[in-house]
Design a binder for this molecule. Structure first.
Ligand code: CXF
Ligand code: ZN
Length: 378
């Protein structure tokens, strides 16, 4: 039995920014109070792993165990954990759902205020790590998950229990990107039947927004992307109309969308992470009731510029969201059930599956834009 003892296992360590990950043996400490040690079954790659792998600043976050889109089995629990037990099937999520604070109790928010979201290299309750390498050096955590390891320790506030019916190579998608996109349409925007939607950026997140919009009954789903190959993949995910900004001639994308929708789309989603595209999305949504939802992550110092009189006269809403506005503990089980009921489609997001050891190959696939989701088996 491993309970209460350190576990030695394989992990992929990011030792330096932008350098290939190294598969090494690591030591995973037992869970402290409110913590759970889990055996990862599957982990997939999300673009945020790449963003933070590339990032040289802030310095001091390497060596690090990246990975935050995963599913696993509870190996052991620390004191005060009653919600899950050894053997349970669990999904870790980068935002907390403590269930007790004003935000978690409100149906209007998914931004826990007991454990506010930060990009911290530690566990959420204290500045400490549960990982060391075989030389005794501390390895940093990532987004409170660190799933590029056969075992990891996650705070109970960041874990959602699921029943075992959903296969692990599908369940892991619900841990970040696909949930974020579906959630943005379903929770952050609350897309209404018969409405029009414009999606800026048809990567995995944008395509998941399309899936969410379809599930909500949107009838016009406009995809905007500079890559013409996205027409085919977009159609598969319910995109009804396609705009390539490079072939709009003298018109702006927002002009084209305003004409196509007779006054602007009901909902616009920015899924690239470019401040200038947020402005274009905002200009593309309908006066009076149009809603623009931000999902993409731009550089921390980027600024939005909107004309104040335009905003004043617009009646539009601009809203930012993390994890698509989903409340992890209540909403992920709903998405899992809807997948099992063949309503939510997850299969088409999985373009590649491989062994965890091949993680550097997975990085290259996503970096080169050749994959939506690459699922790795531990
Ligand atoms: C992101 C959300 C925005 C900040 C960085 C991490 N989450 C997951 O990919
Ligand atoms: Zn992610």
């Amino acid at each position: 039995l491993t309970k209460g003892k350190p576990i030695r296992c394989k992990a992929a360590i990011a030792r330096e920014a932008g350098q290939p990950l190294l598969i090494e043996e690591v030591i995973v400490a037992p869970p402290k109070a409110h913590e759970v040690r889990i055996k990862i079954l599957c982990t997939s790659l999300c673009y945020s792993d790449i963003t933070f792998w590339k990032l040289k600043d802030p310095p001091g976050c390497f060596p690090r165990i990246l990975g935050h889109e995963a599913v696993g089995i509870v190996e052991s629990v620390g004191e005060e954990v009653n919600e899950v037990e050894a053997g349970d099937f669990v999904i870790p999520v980068f935002i907390a759902d403590c269930g007790e604070c004003k935000d978690c109790k409100s149906s209007e928010s998914n931004l826990c205020s007991k454990f506010p979201f930060t990009v911290s290299p530690w566990m959420p309750r204290e500045e400490s790590s549960r990982f060391t390498d075989l030389k005794g050096e501390t390895l940093f955590h990532f987004l409170f998950v660190s799933s590029f390891s056969q075992y990891t320790v996650v705070d109970i506030a960041h874990l959602t229990k699921l029943d075992h019916s959903i296969p692990p190579n599908r369940a892991c998608l619900l841990s970040c990107g696909v949930s974020t996109g579906i959630g943005a349409a379903w929770r952050a925007a609350n897309v209404q039947p018969g409405s029009s939607v414009a999606i800026f950026g048809l990567g995995a997140i944008g395509l998941a927004v399309a899936e969410g919009a379809r599930l909500c009954g949107a009838t016009k789903i406009i995809g905007v992307d500079v890559n013409p190959e996205k027409i085919v993949i977009g159609k598969k995910f319910g995109v009804t109309d396609f705009i390539n900004p490079n072939s709009c001639e003298d018109k702006s994308v927002s002009q084209v969308i305003n004409e196509m929708t007779n006054g602007g789309a009901d909902y616009c989603f920015e899924c690239v992470g470019m401040a200038s595209l947020v402005q274009e999305a905002y200009a593309s949504c309908r006066k009076g009731w149009g809603k623009t939802i931000m999902l993409g992550v731009d550089r921390p110092d980027s600024q939005l510029s909107l004309n104040s009189v335009d905003v004043l006269c617009s009646g539009k809403t601009l809203v930012g969201s993390l994890f698509g506005g989903l409340k992890a503990k209540s909403d992920i089980p709903i998405l899992a059930k809807r997948y099992m009921d063949k309503e939510v489609r997850l299969d088409d997001f999985v373009t590649h599956e491989m062994k965890f050891d091949e993680i550097n190959k997975a990085f290259k696939l996503l970096l080169d834009g050749n994959c939506l989701r690459c699922v790795m088996w531990m």
